[in-house]
Design a protein around this ligand. Sequence first.
Ligand SMILES: [Zn+2]
Length: 287
Amino acid sequence: MPELPEVETIARGLRADLCGARVAAGALLWPGVLESGHGALDGAAFPEAVAGGRIDAVWRRGKVLLLDLGGPGRAPLHLAFHLRMTGRLTVEPGDAGPTRHTRLLLDLADGRRLFFADARKFGRCRAMSPKALGRWPFFAALGPEPLELDARAFAALLAGRRARIKALLLDQSVLAGVGNIYADESLFRAGIHPADTAAALGPARLERLHGALVRVLAEAIAANGSSISDYVNAHGDAGAFQNDFRVYGRRGCPCRVCSAPLVRTAVAGRTTTFCPHCQPPARAGGA
Ligand SMILES: [Zn+2]
C-alpha cells in the first residue's frame, strides 16, 4: 500500500506533468471507483463536472492524492484519489488504450491521458467542491503531517498515550501518511520496541523517534518510494527504497546492526518486524 513517500512521489511527478493541462473529457470505466456521499459527486455528474477543467494543482494529504480542477468561470473541484493496495495514476500518450484494470480516465486537451488503474478495486476517487472536501469526515479527521511537525510537537502529540507506539504511528487521525513500512523502519532506527506504549517512552525517546521517522521518510522520497507490489510513480517507474529496508519484510534475516535474527510478530493487528536486541521493551531497556 502506498504510504506518504510513494504518494508524495506520485504527486511530484503528476504536478510536473499536468499542471496547467486542460481536461477534455472524463470517464468512469468501473462506476464503483467513484465514492459519493458527504457531498461528493455521483457517477452521473462526474463527466460534465471534469470536462473543460484546468489542472491547477496536484498535492497530497496523508496518503490521499488530490488534483485541483479550476479555470475561468468554473466552480473549483477537487479529485481526491485513495490508491489503497494497488491503485496507480499514470500519464499516458494519446494512443494508449485502457487496460482491464483501468477504472477511471481523464482525456487531456493536449492529447495525453491520465489513467487510474487498480487491479484489486480497493482504490477510490471522490470529486468534491472545496466545501465538500472540508466536510469529508475521513479528511477532516487526518492528523498532522509528520514532516511538518518539529520534534517537540511530535513528542507532545504522543506523550502519555496508553496505546502502543506502532498503533499510534499507523493511526491516520494521530499522524497522517505513515503505514506499516515506515512505522517499522522508523521504530528500528530509533531503537524502540513496537509494542511499547507511548506513555512508557519519555520525551527524549519520542524525539528520537521523530528524528528517525523524518529521516526514513526523506530518504524514501529521495529514492522515489518503495516498490513492493504494484507501486509505480506517475511515469510508470518503480521506487528504490525497498533496497534500504532494515527490518520490513526481513523476518529471520540478520539485523544489519547486531546480526541477531529479526523477529516477526503482530502489533495492533498488523505484521511487525523488529530486532529484539536493538529494540528492547522500554521497561527492560530503560529510557
Ligand atoms: Zn539488531
